[in-house]
Design a protein around this ligand. Sequence first.
Ligand code: PLP
Ligand code: SF4
Length: 463
Amino acid sequence: MKVPLACSESEEDHPPPLRGGSPGSRTPNLPACVDSIRSSPFPVPARLWNDWRWQMKNRIRDVSSLLSGQASEADVEGARRAAERFPMAITPYYASLIQKLDPRDPIFRMSVPQLDELCDPVYLRRDPLEEDRDMPIPGLVHRYRDRALIVTTSTCAMYCRHCTRKRVAGQRDSVLSPSSMRKISAYLRAHPEIHDVIVSGGDAFTMSTRALERVLACVRAVPSVDIIRIGTRVPVTMPMRVTDELVDMLKRYHPQWINVHFNHPVEMSAEASAACAKLADAGIPLGNQSVLLRGVNDDLRVMEELCRKLVRNRVRPYYLFQCDLVRGVEHFRTPLTRGVQIMEYLRGRISGLAIPLFIVDTLHGSGKVPVLPNYVVSQSPTHTVLRNYQGFLTSYPEPFAVEPIPIDNASLGVSDLACGRITKLVPGPEPGHHRKARVVAGSRRNHKRKGFAMASASSGRRA
Ligand SMILES: *Cc1c(COP(=O)(O)O)cnc(C)c1O
Ligand code: SF4
């Protein structure tokens, strides 16, 4: 059994300091290596700084160059060990957003390895969403009937310490081969029920514009595909990549949506804001997928400020994810109640447009589950009692006559239980459902066997 290492749970680490960083503001307290890159006598000319290829080439990949002389030897050694397990890369741009070389700095926390990542409770997994098992062909995850996700590349501009796809991101730099792309195209054509294709990775925006265009053209050529969605963190970690050349290419593949990944208001710098504006001006609707991270954004006011900043930049908060049960993230995890509390706080306080859905992506590839505060207080055949965010209770009278809605025979779900068509539900005809039934049975046995380890790991979490 693996022994948990250095799970720091001290209350001093928490809650995070609230930052009011103005967009693009730089403090003099830059990491040593970024400072030396940017300051005289050999300043980096703006021409290079604003060149995304320069940013990619000059990513900080070595902990000691970042922390030398700024952190204790033990901290450097801990970071080095974590980086051996999960690769590190930080663009000079993203490193320049660090205001303090300290794990309490949100940018530092999301990008710099820490010894805490080696803490390894049994419930953390390599592939918690079991994406590898929902891959009918390499590079394509087909989990939900009408959507499929393409893993285009294993490269990202910055490797987030909280990444769910660590088994892919940064492992071997690889890009989808033309032959894999042909197989994906054939699969999409053979499955006309797929209407939404997500171009993901790694990060597709780290590819050359030409390579990305080959993927988009190939997907767009499938007549049954309605929308193309790109998931990218590049506008946050390397915004200079969003060039006119890239945007002009993207425009040719509408209808297209982009989901970005901002977690903290400090990330919305002047540069990131300009990158979002370019994409929005190209007619691409922007959504944001955040991850709820302890010590980064598990704070009511930080989350409120983030959501406000996003909508000001024409980015619609889409999902707020509970941290997945992937290895190396124990120090980032928050209790589910924290997410519910944040949702409770936001509703009524800020524009509905600025409120994301809080989502738990469940084990065994069972998919995304929204979790909300309870607003339905009670129900009778004639009335539903609702409460608003202030705690005000009202009743909603139900209509007299209700016609049943027509039944969709194509799929089975909880809605079929609700309309009385069925009285029990066994796993439905989604991809991988046979596997799910087996895995659930297996994990129950595991749970018993590892019961002690799990109980002791979780009881250590909070006093
Ligand atoms: C998240 C995800 C999707 C998209 O889900 P939406 O709820 O439509 O955003 C599609 N496929 C896989 C495998 C996913 O993990
Ligand atoms: S950009 Fe996305 S895929 Fe890449 S490391 Fe961050 S979370 Fe993972």
